[in-house]
Design a protein around this ligand. Structure first.
Ligand SMILES: [Zn+2]
Length: 338
């Protein structure tokens, strides 16, 4: 790793064999620790030679399924069964995770909009630049585990963003190996995202959406744990003694366009009519918006704009104008494993 490209240092050796657990030291002189450093937890599991897989959770600080999965894996997976290296950040935007907040309280930074980052910027942009310029060039594959956070609840979804020079095929293969119930291959990644950084560095990558709602959904964590083992198996990173979970028997490829995003046109109390994973039908009720301060006002019925699958539902109760209420995806292919 080229540490000359960053002001961040680490308390562990990324090339040592076995299990290393420590801190990234992000230089930051704030009120709480003016002469200390900002710790970002990092772990490296390494055994022999093989691919390097980057795993991130807590890119958004209010999404807990990813951090739960990574901490569980860190303490339960014996690196003796590994062929290669896992670089793991269970709480990548650590100040945001500590604050149970999507964005960092130190600089209001949304890490998944902060790439390519800035080595002399605030902590969020420093972390982004470190990942893009120092970590990603060392990696053969990457997974960034997101969920709905406080704002919404998602169906279990793997996302691939296309546009890399050579990595697209392998990104699709990662998603297939992960085998989430829903897979979305998007043509475009916003430039500030982790996925866009992987595209710039030509590293195969998937992201996930796994539940959310400010909670830890154990079903989603198990699903992601199974998917992670299948990805490691696909990459040739497991010895023969690890049981690799069988893929699920139903996966659906979906696509999301503007008709799949239903935004609120007013402030109100939103009563959803469907849950993530349920079918959506154009013209049918997606939910009802009620006015709390003007209860005599007629409620507003919000309808699905197209046929598909409900991918996410807002988790706010009271919503404001412009808020994403429901997201649906159009089914493009269904694969069944016999
Ligand atoms: Zn997220």
């Amino acid at each position: 790793m080229d540490w000359t490209k960053t002001n961040i240092s680490a308390t562990i050796d990324f090339n040592a064999q076995g299990r290393q657990i420590g801190d990234l030291r992000v230089p930051w002189s704030g009120n709480e620790q003016p002469l200390g450093y900002l710790p970002v937890p990092v772990a490296v599991l390494k055994n022999g030679t093989g691919p390097t897989l980057l795993l991130a959770g807590g890119t958004h600080g209010d999404e807990y399924e990813g951090p739960a999965l990574l901490l569980h894996t860190l303490h339960s997976f014996d690196p003796v069964h590994l062929r290669g290296r896992i670089i793991m950040f269970p709480a990548l935007n650590a100040p945001a995770v500590a604050a149970r907040s999507r964005c960092s309280p130190l600089d209001d930074g949304n890490l998944n909009r902060a790439f390519p980052g800035d080595g002399s910027g605030g902590p969020t942009r420093m972390i982004a630049q470190f990942i893009e310029d120092v970590v990603l060039p060392e990696c053969d594959a990457a997974i960034d585990f997101h969920s709905g956070g406080n704002a919404c609840v998602f169906a279990s979804l793997a996302m691939v963003y296309l546009g890399a020079v050579t990595a697209d095929e392998k990104s699709l293969a990662l998603a297939e190996a992960f085998n989430a119930p829903y897979t979305w291959a998007a043509e475009f990644a916003e430039q500030g995202t982790f996925n866009a950084a992987a595209i710039r560095k030509d590293v195969p990558m998937i992201a996930t959406e796994l539940g959310g709602g400010g909670n830890v959904n154990p079903h989603m964590v198990q699903l992601a744990s199974d998917g992670l083992l299948r990805v490691m198996h696909y990459l040739g990173m497991l010895d023969g003694s690890v049981d690799v979970p069988e893929p699920g028997n139903r996966t659906v490829d979906i696509d999301v366009n503007m008709n799949g995003k239903i935004y609120s046109d007013r402030q109100g109390l939103f009563l959803p009519a469907a849950s993530p994973g349920q079918p959506a039908k154009a013209g049918e009720t997606a939910g009802t918006l009620y006015s709390v301060p003007e209860p005599e006002r007629d409620p507003s019925i919000v309808c699905f704009l197209e046929d598909g699958i409900v991918l996410s539902v807002v988790n706010r109760g009271i919503v404001s104008r412009g808020e994403l209420l429901v997201m649906t995806g159009k089914t493009t292919a269904t694969a069944c494993d016999d």
